[in-house]
Ligand binder design. Structure first.
Ligand code: GLY
Length: 561
């Protein structure tokens, strides 16, 4: 039966009917697969695989390409995480998260009365943390790639020099942020055309960015961290009230560690370690659910939904109170990930019949940002990368003549223990600011193994919603029995305990479920998506790769060969 289904998929996708496809059908390929939020970047990755590069090579090339063709979120001026499974069996976590400047301090965003000064942690140079992307991508290439930096960066340089056609999605955000772009001449010179935002179909050429990429390609990380690029950023930062100094760049480091690992129903999850909360929170939720067993025949039932919401509640309370940069705080991982702890919480959830009552602050306006991509090659390597500027276009500043946006990652710290950041996340002492500290993240680049072989690669943008989007996608496959495209497309909901509101995409719940959940004390707000899961599943029976670009992100593509 399974074989008949696979033959059908293969025939379907190679037939002219392919492109009228049911949107719930994944793309199938045999030798390699790249799924990203921008089809031009996915193509760059596939070209690298075809040229003999491995998944890590492709991940480096896609990272640079997205910095050109996904300017809101792809980046040189931000940071992120790479989770790698090597064909020989090793699992690796690369942490290239940004660091707070050495001149940063715990109270830097507070006024004389101890109140958080609005916007200083989200816009302008004071919100910029030391970027990690360039060192992260180069570290991955040097340690695990096979091709030269010049080969991997050439496609991005070409896209910057020759330009690419602005998509409807880009155009929408360029238009939304045009007011910010106008405030910075260095941004306006690149992202406005005669003072107006670029429209869909117009060609965006980024000459300064091409030059910066060429410098990195020629001279490596020194060009960025101890050369003209760092100096340009420092000069602009000092002129506009920022804290960045050369020591921030020369001291910047990428860390390699073991990923967070857990088991769920016989699958092994490999995910992001602190300073991301993603892997820990995901594993805590799955450990609890492992005690509960969701019923496939009743997967959309009120009981299953309520269980998942409660699991999210417990895990997010731990996330917000207890996690931070492991170089600065002691993360209680052995407690949070222990089977006994999961069992205790699962018992409480089974017994509770109503939602816990909490105060109800309004849901902050949450934006889509960050970007995730997933890659597998035909050799057995898999890579999941999530990297970010934090907000759309980060701090909305570009240090001339670098041509790239700088992050506003400082907002991922708790500016004041107990106060909400732009994601509405209320965090505590473990994540307060310190010089050289990395802010807690929610990015969750995840690889799932079954019987020692890669089964799934998954991740998403969306701040704290990343973690719940990844959770739901995994449950949709493992417990819900969906194919990877259905699992990615299914409407999602998100709950992070505070604010005490379940944010649900239209159709995530039936009207009847909404009524019943409300009656049980849950607060539900319908909200459009801010996540975009880019995922790959490998059929254990055939070894075929199934790629799913999220239908919420039409610019993206799953491309294989
Ligand atoms: N800036 C979003 C995150 O790191 O989770």
């Amino acid at each position: 039966m399974k074989h008949i289904r696979i033959v059908f998929y293969v025939l379907f996708f190679f037939s002219p009917l392919c492109c009228l496809a049911n949107p719930d059908m994944p793309i199938v390929a045999k030798h390699g697969m790249v799924v990203s939020e921008q089809k031009l970047a996915s193509q760059v990755g596939v070209d690298i695989l075809r040229a003999g590069g491995n998944a890590i090579d492709a991940a480096v090339a896609v990272g640079y390409a997205l910095a050109v063709v996904n300017p809101c979120c792809g980046n040189l001026g931000g940071g992120g995480f790479m989770t790698i499974h090597l064909a020989k069996g090793d699992n690796i976590f690369l942490n290239f998260r940004e660091k707070a400047p050495l001149k940063a301090s715990k109270t830097m965003y507070l006024d004389a009365h101890g109140k958080v000064r609005s916007k200083q942690s989200t816009t302008g140079y004071l919100s910029v943390a030391v970027p990690g992307t360039v060192m992260g991508l180069e570290t991955a290439r040097q340690r695990y790639g096979t091709l030269s930096r010049q080969q991997l960066m050439a496609p991005a340089i070409r896209l910057a020099q020759q330009g690419y056609l602005v998509t409807t999605y880009d155009a929408q955000w360029f238009s939304d942020y045009a007011k910010d772009f106008r405030k910075q001449p260095s941004v306006a010179a690149i992202f406005l055309k005669k003072g107006q935002p670029y429209r869909a179909g117009e060609r965006l050429i980024q000459r300064d960015l091409a030059h910066t990429l060429q410098e990195i390609s020629d001279k490596g990380t020194a060009a960025f961290y101890d050369g003209p690029i760092a100096l340009a950023i420092i000069k602009a930062s000092q002129a506009q009230g920022g804290l960045l100094s050369l020591a921030d760049f020369t001291h910047y480091t990428v860390q390699e560690s073991k990923p967070i690992q857990c088991q769920y129903h016989g699958y092994t999850l490999i995910s992001s370690a602190p300073p991301s909360s993603g892997g820990v929170t995901l594993c805590e939720m799955l450990n609890i659910l492992d005690n509960i067993h969701l019923n496939r025949d009743n997967y959309d039932s009120l009981q299953t939904t309520r269980t998942i919401i409660e699991v999210m509640r417990y895990a997010f309370i731990d996330r917000n109170r207890r996690l931070g940069d492991p170089d600065f705080v002691n993360n209680p991982l052995s407690t949070l990930l222990s089977p006994a702890y999961a069992k205790k919480i699962s018992e409480r959830i089974k017994q509770a019949e109503r939602a816990q009552q909490q105060s109800l602050p309004s849901l902050v306006h949450e934006k889509k940002q960050t970007t995730h991509y997933s890659i597998v090659d035909g050799k057995g390597n898999a890579v999941a990368v999530t990297y970010t500027l934090n907000g759309f276009f980060g701090a909305r500043v570009i240090a001339s003549p670098t041509g790239f946006f700088l992050n506003n990652e400082m907002d991922d710290f708790a500016a004041k223990a107990g106060s909400a950041n732009k994601f509405g996340l209320v965090q505590y002492d473990a994540n307060t600011i310190a010089p050289g500290k990395r802010p807690l993240s929610s990015m969750t680049p995840t690889i799932i193994m079954k019987d020692g072989r890669v089964f799934m690669v998954v991740g998403s943008p969306g701040g704290p919603r990343i973690i719940t989007a990844v959770l739901l996608t995994i449950l949709n496959v493992i417990d819900g029995g969906m194919n990877i495209q259905q699992a990615v497309n299914k409407p999602r909901f998100h709950y992070q305990a505070k604010p005490d509101v379940i944010s649900a995409e239209p159709l995530a719940f039936t009207p009847e479920s909404i009524k019943k959940l409300t009656g049980m004390g849950y607060h539900i707000k319908q909200k459009a998506a801010s996540t975009s899961v880019e995922s790959i599943l490998i059929d254990p029976a055939t070894g075929l790769f199934y790629g799913a670009n999220d239908n919420r992100r039409p610019d993206g593509a799953a491309l294989g060969y």
